[in-house]
Design a protein around this ligand. Sequence first.
Ligand code: 3PG
Length: 213
Amino acid sequence: MFDQFYTTLESLGIVPVVVLDKVEDAAPLAHALMAAGMKSAEVTFRTACAAECIAAMAEAEPEMCVGAGTVLTVEQVEQARAAGAKFIVSPGYNEDVVKHCIDIELPVLPGTVTPSEVTAAENLGLKVTKFFPASQYGGLNTIKALAAPFVGHRFMPTGGVSTANVEEYLSSSAIIACGGTWMVKPALFADGDFSKVEQIAREAMDVVKKVRG
Ligand code: 3PG
């Protein structure tokens, strides 16, 4: 299940976690990320315009893998799907959300930070989960400890991933991809200039290339 998406996720390497207040920013942000070779975005349902932004980014860059983040309810899954989201990310493990995504065959990455949560995800057939907030839950050390008994299970850490540690995370086989906001912080494009986003995203993709070839 979701094997094709997992292959895509591995090739993406880094998934920018986007919080957008204005739909007008969606298209230029998509263009800047794609120009940098960062071909995905997790648009979080932390702002009212999230669904509209998903649709706007996908329309601006049809090749981009645009998904929804901070998805807490089945209703939000449906809003995201209607907007064209290609995947769903949740900060925690909500079985209703996970089961619904499986039912509608929409790849889902729920958050799991404990052996019990990974067990629950594995029991439903998920081979990859989010690990959030990564720094606070022990970062790569904890992920490696979890990956040992759950052979083959892989994680997407987010929360505290940055230029300082992304290379170390990506170097572990337990990591399928990293997520984070460091290249898409709203302050970087508050003036309407997305060149700083492009530059930081490009530097991040250089790390992906260095580690993964
Ligand atoms: C997330 O939702 O994944 C996090 O808010 C990203 O955390 P960061 O801002 O530390 O990258």
